[in-house]
Design a protein around this ligand. Structure first.
Ligand code: HPA
Length: 263
């Protein structure tokens, strides 16, 4: 981790980073809006080797709306190599660079008829439907991370206020993490719905757990790309996810820019 922090400081400067942003499938555009330095993950020891199309494996450190941010253009998902802690070093670096908060974004399927493809959903909680945990094997007592307030009320209130200010609907809901990479069956979606899920996706929960472990405040936003399996006649595919993500990305950028101006 410290080697990567050295590389980042050498290339992007010593000024502390205030906020981290993880960009989900098809949401990478925002990295280009940051005025700063782009560093390939390949130059950062311990960072993931991401090989999912629609993701851009660069860390961009610089200024967005007057806030010094670190934007992770890609994440390693559990389904890539079976490692739920794949983002640990990256998030440790974020913490070491001085960040106080993380905003994670993802593409997700909706189980709520009132939350449609192209909409955003702010996570007010999550269900770890996979049963996996990035802290398995951690030896210190810090592994017993309370998750009662994992999705930070203050950050959520600020994000909701920003969404309202820029005229973007930002309903809140519960995100269920499904391991992937296959999509869910309709029966699994019915089960997750009964369990209290509003949206389903293959990421984010490990990062929320890791970020809380590291003492970062966290909020997460889903860009809804499809109705979940069995809820509509449309085909569910990664191509469709990538094609739909830009609709949410436009809204996300508006909300995040406004949010950053008040951060
Ligand atoms: N399920 C899981 N992950 C997803 C989906 C989905 O329906 N849509 C986008 N990512």
């Amino acid at each position: 981790m410290s080697k990567s922090v050295e590389v980042i400081r050498a290339r992007a400067g010593d000024a502390p980073v205030r906020l981290g942003l993880i960009l989900g499938s098809g949401l990478g555009h925002l990295a280009g809006a940051v005025q700063g330095v782009s560093i390939p993950y390949a130059d950062l020891p311990g960072f993931p080797h991401v090989a999912v199309s629609g993701h851009n494996p660069n860390l961009v450190v610089g200024d967005l709306e007057g806030v010094r941010v670190a934007v992770f253009g890609a994440r390693e998902h559990y389904y890539e190599n079976g490692n739920p802690a794949a983002m640990r070093v990256a998030l440790e670096c974020l913490k070491a660079l001085g960040a106080e908060a993380l905003i994670a974004t993802n593409a997700a399927g909706s189980m709520r008829p009132d939350i449609r493809p192209g909409d955003l959903m702010l996570l007010n909680d999550h269900i770890n439907f996979s049963g996996l945990n990035p802290l398995i094997g951690e030896k210190t007592d810090a592994r017993f991370v309370p998750m009662t307030t994992a999705h930070d009320a203050g950050l959520r209130a600020a994000l909701r206020a920003s969404a309202e200010a820029v005229g973007v609907a930002l309903p809140e809901g519960v995100y269920a993490w499904y391991s992937g990479p296959s999509f869910e069956t309709p029966a699994e979606i019915r089960a997750i719905k009964i369990l209290g899920g509003d949206a389903v996706g293959m990421s984010t929960v490990p990062e929320v757990i890791l970020a809380r472990f590291l003492g970062l405040r966290v909020a997460a936003i889903s860009s809804i790309t499809n109705m979940a399996a069995g809820m509509s006649d449309e085909q569910i595919s990664h191509e469709h996810t990538k094609a739909m993500a830009p609709f949410g990305a436009v809204k996300l950028e508006k909300v995040l820019r406004h949010f950053l101006r008040g951060f």
